[in-house]
Design a protein around this ligand. Structure first.
Ligand code: URP
Ligand code: ZN
Ligand code: ZN
Ligand code: ZN
Length: 519
């Protein structure tokens, strides 16, 4: 047997500006599919090397970070934010600067925000408006979804332009917000058909807006005007019915559907069942940090400000077993992602609904705490492994929105959006210390394991041992191209479910038995 030593491949390093070069040693890399010990070298915002130290010569003047005992993970991707959204007569207080700064502080290095055009407003004009708000302010990269808030021939044409020329591959439809954004089933079918024809991804806010409108009238007439009325007007089955209907409508026209903000057990079950029916990735489901980290019992709090601060749609559920149930759905791939739906309003904005819960601007925080929340309630609680944590906080979003492996992976050639994560350190969440612009934090007082000790955005060290130093406008718009293979290869029958997916199917079967007990 030959005993000659394995040849060592040396990676040439060009001498360039030292601040662009970072070497991370002794860490454990965690991607969605495996974890392993390796060093990472970053230059000019790109990961240039991943491997053992024996295979690289480090030049002088490189910033060296010792990541012993830490995990090196792809920066989080928050697929659902509403920075500076005009909503209900107010404007969300986290703008694209504060919102992305907070994101970075928490280990998220990309957000995907929603352009929400007004009724009869051009989709392209609205898109331009969002770009003009975001481009000068974002501290990290961002992408855009566009809401189909009304429907016409011109909207249909504009969807084509957004897909082909403007880097948008995902469109959110609304089954709720009657009179504002809500589309009826006939329109939804047309929208889904159009989205399918462009190889894009449909998204849906699934709540039955007609039921909500009727319940709201009744509750207000009965004198129920406080924040508790918000949840009473739109209870679990109102969400679950819409999820079920949306999945069927999308399936009828063979359009992939991403269900945003799954907030209840019954809605999560509908997503899981639809995935079982349609085999795997046809239907995708996102839940929120809020749904995993708190619950709807706060709506019963006698202090209006406290209760109103928790108002979002669909609402948090009073069933206290909901957060763990949703985490288990994430663990089993019945749900695929976690967003924040960050859409923050301050006390004086929420007070618009003092005498009428329908006037409380909807939305909560989460962009900063999402990663730690999922770690605490998922990994620390023993429900997720670190690889699955990476999948549901980063990689799945990158795959679904077709920016993988540029984002969502620690690999040579990927963007150097990198987090050095201390799984054992803890921090206590508070409005007094968070980086968001809002005056309330729905996770106030919670101590969470999992701290992003270093956060690199395109190779730039933005978080270092508690210090957050971002650069306004440093982030870039990231186009999301149509036809994500992760979604479309399965729809088009190009790939068969892998062994993994067969396993998932079996898991789904087991889950279905559990669900039956809940019905
Ligand atoms: O309450 C929420 N979720 N506000 C933002 C708008 C939306 O429906 O996502
Ligand atoms: Zn929504
Ligand atoms: Zn209270
Ligand atoms: Zn939202």
């Amino acid at each position: 047997m030959s005993t000659s030593p394995k040849p060592v491949k040396k990676v040439p390093i060009h001498l360039q500006s030292a601040q662009n070069r970072v070497y991370i040693k002794n860490g454990e890399i965690v991607n969605h599919d495996k974890s392993f010990k390796a060093d990472v070298y970053i230059e000019d915002g790109i990961i240039k090397f991943v491997g053992p130290p024996s295979e690289i010569t480090i030049p002088g003047g490189v910033r060296i970070i010792d990541a012993a005992g830490r995990l090196i993970i792809p920066g989080g991707i928050d697929p659902h934010t509403h920075m500076q959204l005009p909503f209900g007569g107010a404007v969300a207080v986290d703008d694209f600067y504060h919102g992305t700064k907070a994101a970075i502080a928490g280990g998220t290095t990309m957000i995907i925000d929603f352009v929400l055009p007004n009724k009869h407003e051009s989709m392209i004009e609205a898109y331009d408006k969002w770009r003009s708000w975001a481009d000068p302010k974002v501290c990290c990269d961002y992408g855009l979804h566009v809401g189909i808030t009304w429907w016409s021939k011109s909207v249909s044409e504009e969807i084509g332009i957004l897909c082909k020329e403007l880097g948008v591959n995902s469109f959110k439809t609304f089954m709720a917000y009657k009179g504002l954004y809500q589309l009826n089933d006939a329109d939804l079918l047309d929208v889904f058909e159009r989205i399918r024809s462009l190889n894009a991804v449909a998204m849906v806010h699934a709540e039955n807006g007609d039921i909500i409108a009727k319940n709201t009238q009744r509750l207000l007439a009965e004198g129920i005007t406080g924040p508790e009325g918000h949840e009473l007007s739109r209870q679990e089955e109102v969400e679950a019915e819409a999820v079920h209907r949306a999945c069927i409508l999308a399936h009828q026209v063979n359009c992939p559907l991403y269900v945003v903000h799954v907030m209840s057990k019954s809605a999560g079950i509908e997503v899981a069942r639809a995935r079982q029916r349609y085999r795997g990735r046809f239907i995708m489901g996102e839940t929120l940090a809020a749904a995993l980290g708190t619950d709807g019992t706060h709506y019963r709090c006698q202090h209006f400000d406290h209760a109103a601060a928790h108002v979002l749609s669909p609402p948090l559920r009073p069933d206290k077993t909901t957060p763990e149930f949703l985490m288990k759905l994430l663990a089993n791939d019945d749900l695929q992602l976690t967003g924040s739906d960050n859409c923050t309003f301050n006390k004086e904005h929420k007070a618009k609904g003092l005498n009428d819960f329908t006037k409380i601007p909807n939305g909560v925080n989460g962009v900063e705490d999402r990663m730690s929340l999922v770690w605490e309630k998922g990994v620390h609680a023993g429900l997720l492994d670190p690889c699955r944590f990476v999948a549901v906080t980063s990689t799945n979003a990158a795959k679904i929105f077709n920016i993988y492996p540029q984002k969502g992976r620690i690999a040579v050639g990927s963007d150097a959006d990198v987090v050095i994560w201390n799984p054992n350190a803890t921090r206590t969440i508070s409005k007094d210390t968070h980086h968001q612009a809002c005056d309330f934090n729905i996770f106030e007082g919670m101590t969470v394991h999992g701290v992003p000790e270093f956060v690199l955005v395109h190779g730039r060290i933005c978080v270092e041992n508690g210090l957050v130093r971002v650069a306004e406008g440093f982030g870039r718009f990231v186009p999301t191209p149509v036809r994500p293979p992760f979604v479309y290869d399965i729809i088009e029958g190009k790939v068969k479910p892998t062994a993994d997916e067969q396993h998932e199917e079996k898991m789904n079967g087991n889950m279905a038995k559990k669900f039956a007990e809940l019905d």
